[in-house]
Design a protein around this ligand. Structure first.
Ligand code: NAD
Ligand code: UDP
Ligand code: UDP
Length: 319
C-alpha cells in the first residue's frame, strides 16, 4: 500500500538545466519529493548527477510539448531553451515548448489541483521604452523578428496562465526572470557572462557587441532560486507577474572590464556588430517582489562573478 506522508511532491520541468538543477537541489534539501522532467535539449544529466542517489529525487526524460500524467502538489514550469543561440536553433520548437508546454502543464495542474509557477522572462518587455521595467508595462516586442519565438512564446504562455486562472481558478504564479548567472551556465551558449569568463580564462579576445554601452542587470543564481521558492509560497490570491532579478545595472563594457580584472586575464576587448533586436537597457523594478515576498537579492556582481569564475576554472575550461 502506498505510504502517504507530508512530503510535498514537486514537478520541475526543465529541471536538468541551469536554473532547474539549482532548484531541484534546493527543494530536495528542503525535504521535498522532486520529480525532474527534461528532454535534455540544453540541459544535461551532469547537472543533476549528484542528486540521482537521493530516494526523494526522480528523473524522467520527457518533452513538455507532449502530455504528462503524474500526481504532484506543485509545478515549476522551467522547460524552455533560454539563450539566444539555443532558442534560435529551432525556433518553431521554441514556440511549441512555451505554448504547448504551458497548455500541457496547466492541464496537468488543473487535473491534480496543483499550484503552478511559470518561469517567464524580462524578454516579455522586449526593447523597453519604460525604464526600469515595472510589471504593469506591456512591453515593446517585435512579433516577427529572430527573438520572437522566445519573446512571443513566453508572452503567450503568460496569457494561458492567466486564462487558466480566470477560467478554471488555477493557482498560478508568474515570475519574470531577469538575466541570471552562476555555476552550471553553459560555456558555449553565447550568453554574455559565460562568454566573457570563458574568453578571459582562455586569454581569448573579449567580444563586446556594439559599443558596449547597452546595459543589463545580473542576478546570481542562488538569489534567483530563493525568489522562485518565495513566490511559490505566496498566498493563493497573489499571481504575479512579478519581476525577479537584481536591479544593479551595468554596461556590457563595465562587465567586460570586471571579468578581466577578476580573472587577472591578459585578454583584450574586441568590438563586434550588435545582434538584431538587442535591447538597449534592461533593469528590473523589484518593488513588488520586495513588498509581497520580502525578497531582495543579496549577492553583488563581484562576489557572484568570483563564484562563477571558480566554476568555469574547475569544470568548463578543462572539459
Ligand atoms: P536552460 O537551457 O539551462 O534550461 C532549460 C531546460 O529546459 C533544459 O534542461 C532543457 O533541456 C529543457 N527543455 C527545453 N525544451 C524542453 C522541452 N520541450 N521539454 C522538456 N524540457 C525541455 O535555461 P535556464 O537558464 O535554466 O532557464 C530556465 C527557465 O528560466 C527557462 O524557461 C527560461 O526561459 C527562464 N529564464 C531564464 C533566464 C536566465 O537568465 N537564465 C532569464 C529569464 C528566463
Ligand atoms: N494534460 C496533461 N496532463 C494531465 C492533464 C492534461 O498533460 O494530467 C494535457 C492534455 O493533454 C491537454 C492539456 O493538458 O491537451 C490541456 O488540458 P485541459 O484539461 O485544460 O484541456 P482539454 O483536455 O480539455 O483539451
Ligand atoms: N553580448 C556581448 N558579447 C557577447 C555576448 C553578449 O557584448 O559575447 C551582449 C549582447 O549583445 C547583449 C548583452 O551582452 O547586449 C546580453 O546578452 P545575452 O545574450 O547574455 O542576454 P540577453 O540579450 O538575452 O539579455
Amino acid at each position: 500500500m502506498r505510504h502517504y506522508n507530508s512530503r510535498k511532491r514537486v514537478l520541475i520541468t526543465g529541471g536538468a538545466g541551469f536554473l532547474g538543477s539549482h532548484l531541484c537541489e534546493r527543494l530536495l534539501g528542503a525535504g521535498d519529493d522532486v520529480l525532474c522532467a527534461d528532454n535534455f535539449f540544453t540541459g544535461t544529466k551532469d547537472n543533476i548527477a549528484h542528486l540521482l542517489a537521493s530516494p526523494n529525487f526522480e528523473l524522467i526524460r520527457h518533452d513538455v510539448t507532449f502530455p504528462l500524467y503524474v500526481e504532484v502538489d506543485e509545478i515549476y514550469n522551467l522547460a524552455c531553451p533560454a539563450s539566444p543561440i539555443h532558442y534560435q536553433h529551432d525556433p518553431v520548437q521554441t514556440t511549441k515548448t512555451s505554448v504547448h508546454g504551458a497548455i500541457n502543464m496547466l492541464g496537468l495542474a488543473k487535473r491534480v489541483k496543483a499550484r503552478i509557477l511559470q518561469a517567464s522572462t524580462s524578454e516579455v518587455y522586449g526593447d523597453p521604452h519604460v525604464h526600469p521595467q515595472t510589471e504593469d508595462y506591456w512591453g515593446h516586442v517585435n512579433p516577427i523578428g529572430v527573438r520572437s519565438c522566445y519573446d512571443e512564446g513566453k508572452r503567450c504562455a503568460e496569457t494561458l496562465f492567466f486564462d487558466y486562472h480566470r477560467q478554471h481558478q488555477l493557482r498560478i504564479k508568474v515570475a519574470r526572470i531577469f538575466s541570471t548567472y552562476g555555476p552550471r551556465m553553459y560555456p558555449s551558449d553565447g550568453r554574455v557572462v559565460s562568454n566573457f569568463i570563458v574568453q578571459a580564462l582562455k586569454g581569448h579576445p573579449i567580444t563586446v557587441y556594439g559599443d558596449g554601452s547597452q546595459t543589463r542587470s545580473f542576478c546570481y543564481v542562488d538569489d534567483l532560486i530563493e525568489g522562485l521558492i518565495r513566490l511559490m509560497a505566496t498566498p493563493d490570491n497573489f499571481t504575479g507577474p512579478v519581476n525577479v532579478g537584481n536591479p544593479n545595472e551595468f554596461t556590457i563594457l563595465e562587465l567586460a572590464n570586471k571579468v578581466i580584472a577578476l580573472t587577472g586575464s591578459k585578454s583584450k576587448i574586441e568590438f563586434k556588430p550588435l545582434p538584431s533586436d538587442d535591447p538597449v537597457q534592461r533593469q528590473p523594478d523589484i518593488t513588488l517582489a520586495r513588498e509581497t515576498m520580502n525578497w531582495t537579492p543579496s549577492t553583488g556582481l563581484d562576489e557572484g562573478l568570483r563564484m562563477a569564475i571558480d566554476y568555469f576554472r574547475m569544470d568548463a575550461v578543462h572539459s
